[in-house]
Design a protein around this ligand. Structure first.
Ligand code: NAD
Length: 506
């Protein structure tokens, strides 16, 4: 536990949101929220007590009684206003995000914007939460479905997208008529809290959205609590697997979007300049701390000769604080993340991979205390090496070689993770084969980070996802609702009576 230092004791505290009020936690456990470029303590975040967690869930349970009956129009209008408020406050939100998370200001705006798209989607809930009707399924009998909200839902979010991922969750849960308890990442909860304040300003009633803070204890409490009906999780595979098992064992729905090792295949017929630009951006943007970062590139055949050009292009990326103009690569989230990534680079060298570009200990004038690692490239990487087997979650690209497309696809499908992937080629036939045979959730064709817009749902294969239904899009409407199928018949005076019917027919 990162106990508050005397400096931190003066730092502002992050509040809980319970029953419509932003309240100070009574806990004795606090953690510092630290600017990763400077080590300045920005705030202290509480680890909520068991009573506070219970109070948040109780307030959501009470609010559900009325919120579930609120009209579609009233729900939609809140999200129309909310998207407007987010747009109006974009610069402030991005600055807050960069201060506590480290990514560049334009990328922070992107983080907010990709969440804003889900808020816009929630505003069209009237079209999304429609049931189905079949007329005359038997004589005078109609069948239709109702998509009804579940009750109290919970969301647990990671540090790397502190705006987008909370916005994947509570807007769609609330728009479908549920109430919500959110547990943001304890590493960077401030931008999430500002988004929550704006949601309340947009008109979300007291108790419909609640926020608690904490770590393992809070997460376990949400998984176990009898009044929570569904849990949405985004984070590492280890924690997500635990959350999935614990929540489903307690009878809840769960959707867990987890870790990744995203491979790109480069065929020699690809547009070289576009492909190398895309690779450098997707491997090193956000300092590699994206679940969709391209961390492995599979160079097929003649494309293996492109390594020197990739290294030269990568050298042009600027490592600096996210606040500074022209920065491409900001700091890692914490000192612990920095030493983990540096340790993995050391292991890569020790285990025999060829270090093509060493980004360790870059000089960053004015930000000497920041958690910086510059872009790092290894070639000759193989399964069994830690830099291949682990999700590095830093600006480290592993290059592997393959003879042909079949071998490359087989290699990717043998990796336990299946979050995102991409192919770069000018061949439609190769791209189509890849799309058909690859076992990965998000597939990009000449597109390095194919995160779907909210008309579709985020997904994942194998170790990257547990649960059938993904965040946002159509799938999340099914996740956050219970289908009720109603079969009805009405009698009038002309209806003939056939007496008692003991068969199963209608
Ligand atoms: P994390 O798993 O450490 O933390 C996620 C959440 O779980 C946080 O709210 C944290 O407080 C909580 N938590 C941490 N340890 C816990 C424990 N022992 N028991 C219960 N709860 C615990 O993840 P992170 O480091 O914040 O985020 C990075 C990870 O998230 C990466 O693996 C990345 O690939 C993944 N991620 C996946 C997606 C996706 O959509 N697949 C998106 C973003 C991030």
């Amino acid at each position: 536990m990162n106990a508050p230092t005397p400096v931190a004791a003066l730092a502002p505290t992050v509040k809980l949101l319970i029953g419509g009020k932003f309240v100070e936690s009574k806990t004795t456990e606090w953690r510092n929220v630290v600017n990763p470029a400077t080590q300045e303590v920005l705030a202290r975040v509480p680890f909520a007590t068991a009573d506070e967690i219970d109070a948040a869930i109780a307030s959501a349970k009470e609010a559900f009684k009325t919120w579930k009956k609120t009209s579609i129009g009233a729900r939609a209008r809140i999200f129309l206003k909310y998207q407007h408020l987010i747009r109006e406050n974009m610069a402030e939100l991005a600055a807050l995000l960069t201060a506590e998370q480290g990514k560049t200001l334009p990328d922070a705006e992107g983080d907010v914007f990709r969440g804003l798209e889900v808020v816009e989607h929630a505003a069209s809930i009237g079209n999304l939460q429609l049931g189905e009707l079949a007329n005359n399924v038997a004589g005078g009998v109609d069948t239709y479905t109702l998509l009804q909200p579940l009750g109290v839902c919970a969301g647990i979010t990671p540090f790397n997208f502190p705006a987008m991922i909370p916005l994947w969750m509570f807007p769609m849960a609330i728009a479908t008529g549920n109430t919500f308890v959110l547990k943001p990442s304890e590493q960077d909860p401030m931008v999430t809290m500002r988004l929550v304040e704006l949601a309340m300003e947009a008109g979300i009633p007291a108790g419909v959205l609640n926020v608690i803070h904490g770590g393992e204890m809070a997460v376990n409490a949400l998984c176990d609590h009898k009044d929570i009906k569904a849990v949405s999780f985004v984070g590492s595979t280890k924690v997500g697997t635990h959350v999935y098992h614990r929540a489903t064992l307690a009878g809840k729905r769960a959707q867990c979007m987890m870790g990744a090792k995203n491979h790109a295949i480069i065929l020699p017929d690809a547009n070289k300049d576009q492909t190398l630009n895309a690779l450098a951006g997707a491997a090193f943007g956000a300092a590699g701390q994206r679940c969709m970062a391209l961390s492995v590139v599979v160079l097929v055949g003649e494309a293996q000769k492109w390594i020197p050009e990739l290294v030269e292009k990568t050298k042009t990326l600027k490592v600096n604080a996210g606040t500074e103009k022209g920065t491409d690569v900001g700091p890692l989230i914490s000192c612990a993340a920095l030493s983990r990534v540096e340790g993995l680079i050391e292991r890569g060298i020790a285990e025999g991979a060829k270090l093509e570009l060493d980004g360790r200990k870059p000089t960053v004038a004015g930000f000497e205390k920041g958690n910086f690692v510059g872009p790092t490239i290894f070639s000759g990487v193989k399964p069994g090496m830690a830099i291949y087997d682990q999700e590095v979650f830093g600006p480290v690209l592993a290059i592997v070689a393959a003879d042909d497309l079949d071998q490359a696809i087989e290699f990717i499908n043998a990796n336990p993770n299946g979050n995102g992937t991409a192919i770069f080629t000018q061949s439609g036939a190769a791209a189509r084969k890849f799309q058909e045979d690859i076992d990965v959730g998000q597939v990009g064709i000449n597109l390095p980070i194919p995160v779907p817009v909210p008309l579709f749902s985020f997904t994942g294969s194998r170790a990257s996802k547990l649960g059938d239904l993904g965040p946002y899009g159509k799938q999340v409407v099914m996740f956050y609702t219970q289908t009720k199928t109603v079969t009805q018949r009405w009698f009038d005076d002309s209806t003939t009576s056939h007496g008692v019917n003991t068969t199963i027919s209608l």
